[in-house]
Design a protein around this ligand. Sequence first.
Ligand code: MRU
Length: 365
Amino acid sequence: MKVDDTAYRTIWVPEDGWSVVIIDQTRLPHEFAQVGLRTVEDAARAIEIMQVRGAPLIGATAAYGMALAMHEDPGDSSLAAALQRLGRTRPTAVNLRWALEEMRRVLEPLGENARTAAAYARAAALCDEDVAINRQIGEHGLAVIRAAAAGKPDGQVNVLTHCNAGWLATVDWGTATSPIYQAHDAGMNIHVWVDETRPRNQGASLTAWELGRHGVPHTVIADNVGGHLMQHGKVDLCITGTDRTTARGDVANKIGTYLKALAAFDNDVPFYVALPSPTIDWTIEDGVASIPIEERSAEEVSHMTGRTESGTIETVSIVPEGSACANFAFDVTPARLVTGLITERGIAAASREGLAGLFPERADG
Ligand code: MRU
């Protein structure tokens, strides 16, 4: 998508032909900075400290991390070590496992001389696939937004989203935001309620930033506001992303998504989840029982970072000294609360039958 009239992706290989450039998301919204990755360790650290984040982009960065590892040393032990190092960066987004499996499948059978070129080629293709998939998700989701607009006298559609499932979380377009961008670009009257998404504020700092740069009208709200807005008819539909969706349609996403789904259910507000098929974990059914939930540093809860009036970036404590803090980064929304899953092949019911109907070849395997 565009930043100040220039089109960007979130990850690319620069002119040197081998290093990898990412947008440093820890510095947004106050600074649009890019960072070069030169080793597999750089890529792993970028995922761990969330310079890159969002399920599809974590997968894409891991794929390029494998390419960097092969550039350094294409031998068998380097391949195995890189798969292991990248595999333990973040536990919840299944796209990481999917991308690494894909790289293993391509690289393991090859001789050392062929591995580096093949790794870069597969990582680039994986990124292109992500962009194409997200564009298709947008086309299917646009139909839902058009239907919502048709029922409104002023045609304005108010969409609530949580966290950042925007282009910054993918290679381009985003998942939840792809229908929003397409509706906006088609001239529709669309407005987005952006949950701030404590503790890391991906909504306030990333979603608001990217919507603003693209010119999409939006309002940032505190995380607890959504239920009130829904009770007062101010939300026409919710669209979120997901880090892992089970074979029966349970959805893991950023902490707080479940509470939004409960409020939507109670107020008859449609609750859609947008996802590329690599986010489906066909090996599990019950998301609450089976999806590993990342626990992050307590400091993300006890402290907040922002820009002061003088322009410096500062971090301040917001809890009493000595209070314990817990930081569960994701929750699971059961399929029964999900109106539909917007995928690249169309919209599926959140059920085994719904997903298997769209992806029969994967559901059987
Ligand atoms: O911890 P994060 O910022 O990686 O969490 C991201 C989310 O929860 C997104 O909603 C999800 O990855 C979908 S991204 C298209």
